[in-house]
Design a protein around this ligand. Structure first.
Ligand code: IDP
Ligand code: MG
Length: 147
């Protein structure tokens, strides 16, 4: 599988619940290294564009409203098999179905306010990272060892 990059969001409910540090700790403990981080309040257009694949779904308008309701933490995570690993640490979309000890099982409010987003495949990871982070804002782990 090799070293991958994936895109992660701590959603407004996670920021509001005060679990930014806890969520990042769980990623780090799982070998997922943040290589870009920013706190941002998404605009309506940014949220609609980000979730464009879901625009026909009945929950789309509510989801956009929720995602723009407060600041979010946007991150690029790097690690061995990072895309699948992140999904594993996050847990299932619906917290009632999420495995014990996952972020969503422990912190999500419901199927919408589910604390974190994570890319679901290499192609979506690439698109989602580029949507929020120009390459110059990403600091791959290997680079940090160099002066
Ligand atoms: P994922 O975040 O686990 O990949 P997706 O199916 O891609 O799940 O859905 C994107 C987001 O849309 C979810 O994380 C959740 O916030 C919201 N969502 C998904 N399904 C529902 C639903 O049935 N009702 C309300 N919101 C939903
Ligand atoms: Mg998804």
């Amino acid at each position: 599988m090799g070293i991958e990059r994936t895109f992660s969001i701590i959603k407004p409910d996670g920021v509001e619940k005060g679990v930014i540090g806890t969520v990042i700790s769980r990623f780090e403990a799982a070998g997922l290294k943040p290589i870009a981080i920013k706190l941002k309040r998404l605009s309506q257009a940014e949220a609609e564009g980000f979730y464009a694949v879901h625009k026909e779904r009945p929950f789309f308008a509510d989801l956009v409203k929720f995602m723009t309701s407060g600041p979010v933490v946007l991150m690029v995570l790097e690690g061995e098999g990072a895309i699948a690993k992140n999904r594993e640490v996050m847990g299932a979309t619906d917290p009632k179905k999420a495995a014990p000890g996952t972020i969503r099982a422990d912190f999500a409010t419901d199927i919408e306010k589910n604390t974190v987003h994570g890319s679901d495949a290499p192609e979506t990871a690439k698109v989602e990272i580029a949507y929020f982070f120009p390459e110059v804002e990403i600091l791959p782990y290997e680079w940090r060892k160099k002066r």
